[in-house]
Design a protein around this ligand. Structure first.
Ligand SMILES: Nc1ncnc2c1ncn2[C@@H]1O[C@H](COP(=O)(O)OP(=O)(O)OP(=O)(O)O)[C@@H](O)[C@H]1O
Ligand SMILES: [Mg+2]
Length: 270
């Protein structure tokens, strides 16, 4: 790679309960580089280390070994809040990325302040309201006309859509999605994926997207990474990736891991 990677995970290991009978090696000497604007789908069986990898990039945990660079800067010792101007993250729970008792525009106002050093002010000016309306209009869910609605009144899909708009408000370079459509019904999941693609491409984000949906991993993004027991066991780029089938992917998992694919959530059928 001759450009500075957006994300560089260098020989990272993570161990929980070290030295005890319950020791778990969640990440094992994992190295991964993601180019600017590259979209990587991550799949793998339960406990493979997918969420641990994303939390390590976000700064929610510090690896016992190895380092993390974001846009060429060594951020290994940076806590999460310091990385917030570079990284945005959405997980599976629509309740986690938005505040239910606050209105849509209050949530957006908070998101706009993330990673900035300015004094916190919740006030929403007319100009900001217009900007929020424009940002929400891309969702195509009518949220731009409901700025004063408490977020708790929205459906899971609408909250994840709002989360995606919030995530891109202050121009991060990296987006981390941890099964962000897993709690949604298929129709809402499809809407959120359409918006996900639009936001990633429009804002030119480097993206790590963990998904339980194998077909989404094939259809979306530029590259597919399969994890197993804390390591990357398969790494494919387009066009080879987009020519995969779910059946072929499950077979490949078996070939590289010697085990059957096992996940309580994964959709093995399209
Ligand atoms: N905070 C923690 N404390 C102790 N063990 C943990 C912690 N977080 C994860 N683990 C363990 O580390 C391993 C990797 O977990 P992780 O959540 O990263 O897997 P995953 O690939 O996201 O799995 P899933 O598909 O179930 O979401 C698992 O064995 C898990 O039980
Ligand atoms: Mg997980």
């Amino acid at each position: 790679m001759n450009q500075v990677p957006a994300v560089r995970v260098d020989d990272v290991s993570q161990v929980y309960f070290p030295g005890t009978a319950n020791q778990v090696r969640a990440l094992r000497h994992l190295t991964l580089e993601i180019a600017p604007t590259e979209w990587v789908a991550v799949i793998g069986s339960n406990g493979a280390g997918k969420s641990t990898l994303l939390r390590t990039v976000a700064g929610l945990e510090r690896p016992v070994r190895g380092g993390v660079e974001l846009a060429g800067r060594d951020v290994t010792s940076w806590p999460e809040y310091r990385r917030a101007g570079i990284v945005a993250r959405i997980d599976q729970d629509p309740g986690a990325s938005t505040a239910p008792t606050l209105t849509i525009e209050e949530n957006l106002a908070i998101a706009a302040m993330r990673g900035k050093r300015r004094l916190f002010r919740l006030g929403v000016t007319a100009a900001r309201r217009r900007a929020f309306r424009d940002a929400l209009a891309v969702c195509d869910l009518g949220l731009e006309d409901r700025l004063q609605t408490p977020v708790g009144n929205l459906s899971g899909g609408q909250r994840q859509a709002l989360g995606l708009v919030m995530a891109t408000l202050n121009a991060p370079q990296v987006l981390l999605l941890d099964e962000h459509t897993a709690a949604l019904d298929p129709k809402a999941a499809a809407q959120v994926m359409t918006l996900t693609e639009r936001q990633i491409r429009e804002h030119r984000l480097a993206t790590l997207m963990v998904t339980h949906n194998m077909q989404h991993a094939i259809d979306y993004g530029d590259r597919l990474v399969m994890m197993h027991r804390g390591q990357i066991v398969l790494d494919m780029r387009n066009p080879a990736k987009s020519q995969l089938t779910v059946g072929r992917l499950v077979d490949r998992f078996h070939e590289v891991s010697g085990e059957s694919f096992s996940s309580d959530r994964s959709l093995l059928a399209p």
